[in-house]
Design a binder for this molecule. Structure first.
Ligand code: UD1
Length: 422
């Protein structure tokens, strides 16, 4: 198994280019199921989750090719509608094929995503919405068996909680349904907006994009003209590199980024004493004279993202004072805390919040990655820890960060991938 070796304590300097958003690219790949022609998706990040979903579509009968950061995909010849356990177990976001397959073919079986490292994460809201659109759904042998042989019907749907992939799934299902669907309490993340905009560009009548209430007029089974889409920049990758600058108190610049998508992250870094220069798609972070503690509560967009919580826990170990970070979206999302303690961090978990006493000098140690974002926090801590750190099980990182070690090495970090046996 591969690991990353980091020799910490260096200042960083230079530019990092941000890749396309993994979480935006995933629903766009699922969306190609609704297209009558070949779709070209540009600015695709070269990460394992994207390969996994593309492989799933190929298993169903699609043709797909990667050429650098472009994915060309044609779903015309899909002849299977079963998303098997071996794929879904490796990536929960495979659930994104449920809405598109059901609305196009009238039936599909999708393995039920299991529990995962960051809590139970059910898909009940996806299923309830599809039932409200006339589907019958049974859970049998670990599979969601969804049927709507006469097509889905437009409906009024109220999401009890804001769900990102839930909103994306149902927006896509509604695009081919009969009549109008109105969705209330929708997620408003930029990734949801991109899916809605791709539908709009394909000629679907859709209003309320980027708001809590989305209305979509379905085509009654007619496939869509989707040709070319460019994936938006990855706001979580952007935030992670800004924290790399912050935790080493260095000046670095990220390029190909979208400042308005990371306003809540920049705001918290400013509260901690860092300053910024924003010039179109370039964002430069400047060192703080004193790194101040911070209080954060994770919430839905446009508020502070749960996918940046772990990175800020690592950063708070370097602030001068006590920080409190509260996790409101997912239970059990503090797996990074034990690992950070191995470096000497003073962090306590109290229910759904962590209390971090800074500033602590961290010392390199072995750490075990547990999920995608937790892993990036361990790497960030390794950048500032004295001596050498090893982050194990980095397949978690490879799911969502393109060329993490070469991007960090490019701004002066001492980091290398070790192909060991552990
Ligand atoms: C997406 C992101 C993930 C991010 C999360 C929250 C993708 C591929 N993943 O995950 O990186 O951390 O949004 O911003 O885009 N819930 C239910 N029932 C459901 C669905 C969700 O109770 O049917 C709950 C969840 O347990 C959680 C909350 O709703 O507490 C939000 O989850 P959701 O937005 O659905 O997360 P994902 O779409 O899985």
């Amino acid at each position: 198994m591969q690991s990353l070796e980091i020799k910490g304590g260096l200042h960083l300097k230079g530019e990092v280019e941000i890749s396309g958003s993994k979480n935006s690219a995933l629903p766009l790949i699922a969306l190609t199921i609704l297209s009558r022609q070949t779709v070209q998706i540009d600015n695709i990040p070269n990460v394992v989750d994207i390969k996994t979903l593309t492989k799933l579509l190929q298993m169903l009968g699609s043709e797909a090719h990667f050429n650098s950061n472009t994915l060309t995909i044609n779903t015309k010849n899909i002849n299977k509608t079963v998303a098997t356990y071996d794929i879904v177990k490796t990536m929960r976001a495979s659930i994104l094929v449920l809405g598109p397959l059901l609305t196009r073919f009238g039936h599909c079986d999708v393995s039920l995503p299991g529990g995962c490292a960051i809590g139970s994460r059910p898909v009940d809201l996806h299923l309830k919405a599809l039932e409200e659109m006339g589907a019958t759904i049974e859970i049998e042998d670990g599979y969601i068996k969804a049927r709507a042989e006469n097509g889905l019907k437009g409906a009024d749907i109220f999401f009890e909680k804001k769900t990102v992939t839930g909103t994306e799934n149902i927006v896509m299902a509604a695009a081919l349904a009969q009549g109008k669907t109105r969705l209330f309490n929708c997620a408003m993340e930029p990734e949801v907006i991109q899916t809605c905009e791709a539908l709009r560009d394909a000629g679907i009548k859709i209003s309320g994009i980027g708001t809590e209430t989305i209305e979509i007029e379905g085509t009654n089974g007619e496939l869509l003209n989707i040709e070319k889409i460019r994936v938006i920049p990855d706001r979580i990758e952007a935030g992670t590199y800004l924290v790399a600058g912050a935790i080493t108190n260095s000046e670095i610049t990220i390029t190909n980024s979208e400042a308005k998508h990371i306003a809540s992250i920049i705001e918290k870094l400013e509260e901690m004493g860092f300053s910024f220069k924003i010039d179109n798609d370039k964002i430069t972070i400047f060192p703080a004279s004193i790194i101040k503690p911070v209080n954060i509560i994770t919430a839905e967009y446009p508020l502070f993202p749960t996918d940046m919580q772990a990175q800020f826990v690592a950063l708070a170990t370097q602030s001068n004072g006590t920080s409190i970070i509260e996790e409101r979206l997912f239970e059990n999302r503090f797996m990074h805390v034990n690992e950070l303690q191995r470096l000497g961090a003073d962090i306590k978990i109290e229910h759904n919040r962590v209390i971090i006493h800074g500033r602590k000098e961290l010392h390199g140690a072995d750490m075990m990655a547990t999920d995608l974002r937790a892993s990036s926090a361990l790497v960030l801590a390794g950048l500032v820890a004295k001596g050498s750190s090893r982050v194990h099980r980095i397949y978690h990182l490879d799911r969502g960060y393109q060329n993490l070690e070469s991007k960090l090495a490019g701004i002066g970090a001492n980091i290398k991938r070790i192909k060991g046996i552990l």
